[in-house]
Design a protein around this ligand. Structure first.
Ligand code: CP
Length: 314
């Protein structure tokens, strides 16, 4: 593996999931990363991604340096040929090259603006780091994808499922703020690679990018989708069609216990952070069917498996 920008950087998903589950079982021997440095750059906030990736690197023996670029760094220019006479003090060409002097792997979190679809889909920040860094780059959640979260989700379903081909439902949920489509995009992509029966349920106006969902059933009927589900993955996202807009704020789609009532007692997943009683009701999050903490715990092993692959490829 040369970089981990999208799920297509994974050569064998099954092998990577097994590697992560093996790392979860064994006490890591921190020799592979000895003398190596992971640099983590955050243009946006994080709890799980930041701490689990730092922990994963340390379990492999790496040093970790991190920076809140949005608050502490120079404002970066990404345009080629820009005349830099405004507020951008440093060009990505120098920034990425200099970071490559200090770091053996660079990891970047950069969310979308959710105003200009074309601009967000260009993934300028992440792709510029990939272009100008001379070391591998990891996506810590970008404008359109969150592949570390998706790998975690695949690991969690693999270790929890009790049938060969479980039914997995990705259901939209309300949220007061406009959220990116990155988590559901990557979740759909990773599930499409697994032996699961995947259904996406969302209100009219909230269909995800059809290029991503084209192989998957999409319904606007949440109750119908939830029937016989083995896993229910809950996530809020803003409209892709009316790009970045919040079209629905009532609680009709909030996941409550009565919606799961007489079905299979499905396992409930969410990437976190979650707004209680808006996205998922307390009674679901606090029940034995919630996997959210186990899922967050698995972030470490997903990151460790990816870092291990990148170190082994160097
Ligand atoms: N799930 C996730 O990426 O969490 P953070 O935003 O806290 O990193």
């Amino acid at each position: 593996m040369k970089n981990y920008i999208t799920l297509s950087d994974i050569e064998s998903l099954d092998e990577l999931i097994n590697e992560a589950l093996q790392l979860k079982k064994e006490n890591s021997v921190p020799t592979l990363g000895k003398g190596k440095t992971l640099g983590m750059l955050f243009f946006n906030p994080s709890l799980r991604t930041r701490l689990s990736t730092e922990k994963a690197a340390k379990l492999l023996g790496m040093e970790v340096i991190s920076m809140n670029v949005d608050k502490d760094g120079w404002a970066l220019e990404f345009e080629d040929g820009a005349v830099m006479d405004s507020n951008k003090a440093e060009h990505i060409k120098e920034a990425a090259a200099v970071l490559s002097q200090y770091c053996d792997i660079i990891a970047v979190r950069a969310f979308p603006g959710l105003e200009d679809k074309e601009k967000d889909e260009a993934e300028t920040v992440l792709n510029s780091f990939k272009k100008y860094a001379s070391v591998p780059v990891i996506n810590l959640e970008s404008a359109t994808g969150h592949p570390l979260q998706a790998l975690t989700d695949a690991i969690t379903i693999t270790e929890t499922k009790d049938k060969d081909r479980p039914k997995v439902v990705l259901t939209w949920a309300p949220h007061p703020k406009a959220l990116p489509q990155s988590v559901p995009n990557s979740f759909v992509e990773v599930m499409q690679k697994m032996n699961v029966d995947l259904v996406i349920a969302n209100p009219v106006g909230y269909d995800l990018n059809p290029e991503i969902t084209k192989k998957t059933a999409v319904t606007h009927n949440q109750a119908e989708a939830l029937k016989d589900a083995d896993f229910v993955y809950v996530k809020s996202w803003s409209s892709y069609e009316q790009y970045g807009k919040v079209l629905k704020t009532d609680r009709e789609w909030t996941l409550t216990k009565d919606k799961l009532g007489n079905s299979n007692s499905p396992k409930v997943m969410h990437c976190l952070p979650v707004r209680r009683n808006v996205v998922i009701a307390d009674e679901v999050l606090d029940s034995q069917d919630s996997l959210v903490i186990q899922q967050a715990g698995n972030r470490t092993y997903a990151a460790q498996a990816v870092l291990k692959r990148l170190l082994e490829s160097k």
